[in-house]
Write a protein that binds this ligand. Structure first.
Ligand SMILES: NC(=O)c1ccc[n+]([C@@H]2O[C@H](COP(=O)([O-])OP(=O)(O)OC[C@H]3O[C@@H](n4cnc5c(N)ncnc54)[C@H](O)[C@@H]3O)[C@@H](O)[C@H]2O)c1
Length: 272
């Protein structure tokens, strides 16, 4: 069987535990023949289960705060040493909002937390790509994917300042995609994923109702973490070598659908 990432080297940000989208992507990349390095903050490495998971697969795990340029610089140097060459693909699966976690309403958001949300969840992609360019750490034709959510484009109650961060993340992906494409043929794309049960995905009240709604509105049903991994692997592969600056929806058709019989049935008995 052909392994579509055979011989490729990958750097994956954001795997915290076995539910993390990044962990599913990491596993799928390895089963498609890639060698990878994982990275997360030292706190996440202490509190999550990623140390055990990476050790069980013989994968190196490097601590790095994705908001800290010095950390990112040494991460790229170390990852290239471990993998024996430039990085062919990179996953950004990094997000955090204290406003969301503390259930602050959007209009009452704490501005210090707001700035942190932007720094961690959006600006980190800029910092990572800038460092990669400066070190020429990504190979010619390499592929970068960042994970986003459709609330970057449409209002979703409760998604709070993360909606702004995702809009900015998608814009950074387009701008850096244009610049890095011209400079080194590096692709930068967004995968916009269905709501998925993970630590970050679960930090919202009434989340189970929302999964059900999204599932009923999506003609193919919600995309799960393995579906997300498949889409990322396709983008990392050479099969998608002319696809860049795009948002690819791994969402079962949710974003293109207004109403389905299943949602109609759910809301049928609601009194005005
Ligand atoms: N789960 C969903 O419903 C869903 C849907 C669409 C998009 N996404 C996006 O997918 C990505 C991964 O989220 P997930 O759902 O797998 O949850 P997760 O909680 O497993 O992953 C989020 C990761 O971000 C890391 N992180 C936070 N601050 C960091 C920092 N300063 N430096 C480096 N890493 C840091 C966390 O340690 C964690 O590993 C996020 O960008 C999220 O917004 C998730």
């Amino acid at each position: 069987m052909v392994e579509i990432l055979e011989g490729k080297r990958g750097l994956i940000f954001g795997a915290l535990d076995e539910r993390s989208l990044a962990w599913h992507v990491a596993e799928r990349c390895m089963s498609e023949g890639a060698r990878i390095v994982l990275t997360n903050t030292s706190t996440a490495i202490k509190l999550g289960t990623i140390s055990e998971l990476s050790a069980s697969r013989g994968v190196e795990l490097i601590a790095c705060d994705a908001t800290n340029p010095a950390d990112i610089e040494s991460l790229f140097s170390r990852a290239q040493e471990i993998l024996g060459g430039k990085i062919d693909f990179l996953l950004h699966a990094v997000a955090q909002s204290t406003n969301l976690r503390r259930h602050k309403s959007y209009e009452q958001a704490n501005y210090t937390y707001f700035q942190q949300t932007i720094d961690v969840s959006a600006l980190s992609l800029h910092k990572i790509l800038r460092t990669a360019m400066e070190q020429d750490a990504i190979s010619e034709g390499g592929s970068v994917v960042a994970l986003s959510y459709i609330a970057s484009e449409r209002y979703l109650c409760g998604y709070n300042d993360m909606a702004d961060a995702k809009a900015m993340l998608e814009s950074i992906a387009r701008q850096m995609g244009a610049l890095y494409g011209r400079k080194r043929g590096v692709r930068v794309n967004i995968v916009s994923q269905s709501p998925t049960p993970t630590k970050a995905g679960g930090g919202w009240e009434k989340i189970d109702y929302f999964y059900r709604y999204a599932n009923h509105l999506s003609p193919l049903g919600n995309a799960d973490a393995d579906d997300c991994a498949g889409t990322c692997v396709a983008l990392f592969s050479d099969l998608m070598r002319k696809v860049t600056m795009q948002t690819i929806y791994s969402d079962g058709g949710f974003g293109r659908t207004m109403l389905t019989p299943e949602v109609m049935e759910d809301i049928r008995d609601i009194k005005e």
